[in-house]
Design a protein around this ligand. Structure first.
Ligand SMILES: *[C@@H]1O[C@H](CO)[C@@H](O)[C@H](O)[C@H]1NC(C)=O
Ligand SMILES: *[C@@H]1O[C@H](CO)[C@@H](O)[C@H](O)[C@H]1NC(C)=O
Length: 181
């Protein structure tokens, strides 16, 4: 019985040690979002990354690299596909955004970006993580968009872009057809 109890305490302390380590380490969660209401060929497409440190220690030497926007498909207008941050404190968040122009139209699968960081001052191993994936969206040909959206509609679309709660919403083809020219 005593042996068994000792064993249990031993397991429990092991658990506490590893749990304690977790609490003293940085843990980054990164959301990648496309902020546009409509995705249009040749028009600005806004990508936002928000890095949250949900761990118990500052994250150091953070690198965010997005290799999911190949040069032949997207032109970078403002911002960088790579960013570096020295430090992000426990419980803090930071956002980074960039503006791209899709060079082509059609369905596009928006995938994740890579994040690397050190989990504490003492850490020597680089932690590798990935952002969320916005998923597949439809990039509308520029001429169809110009034809289907009269100025009032276009204005409405732009308003939605500025609403942070309104994120990813590619229009299904059926809805496009119902819009009066
Ligand atoms: C992000 O950090 C700001 C302060 O810099 C805070 O006001 C905001 O609530 C944080 N957002 C989340 C989702 O934690
Ligand atoms: C998009 O890419 C991701 C990662 O490669 C994959 O898991 C997912 O199935 C793809 N989605 C579509 C609709 O092709």
């Amino acid at each position: 019985m005593v042996k068994f109890l000792c064993f249990q305490i031993f397991i429990l302390s092991l658990f506490c040690i590893s749990f304690g380590d977790e609490l003293n380490q940085a843990n980054l969660l990164v959301h990648k979002k496309i902020l546009n209401r409509f995705l249009v060929e040749g028009r600005d497409l806004i990508v936002e990354y928000v890095i949250y440190n949900v761990g118990g220690s500052a994250a150091l030497d953070i690198h965010l690299t997005d290799s999911s926007f190949p040069e032949e498909d997207f032109e970078v207008i403002t911002g960088m596909l790579k960013m570096r941050l020295d430090r992000l404190g426990a419980g803090s968040n930071i956002s980074h955004s960039l503006v791209l122009k899709p060079r082509k139209y059609g369905y596009y699968n928006f995938t994740s970006a890579e994040v690397t960081y050190l989990t504490s001052e003492e850490a020597s191993d680089v932690q590798i993580g990935y952002t969320t994936q916005p998923g597949e969206g439809l990039i509308i040909p520029m001429k169809d968009f110009d034809r289907q959206f009269s100025p009032p509609y276009y204005g409405l679309g732009c308003l939605c872009c500025n609403d942070p709660t309104f994120s990813w919403d590619p229009i299904p083809p059926l809805v496009q057809k119902q819009v009066k020219i």
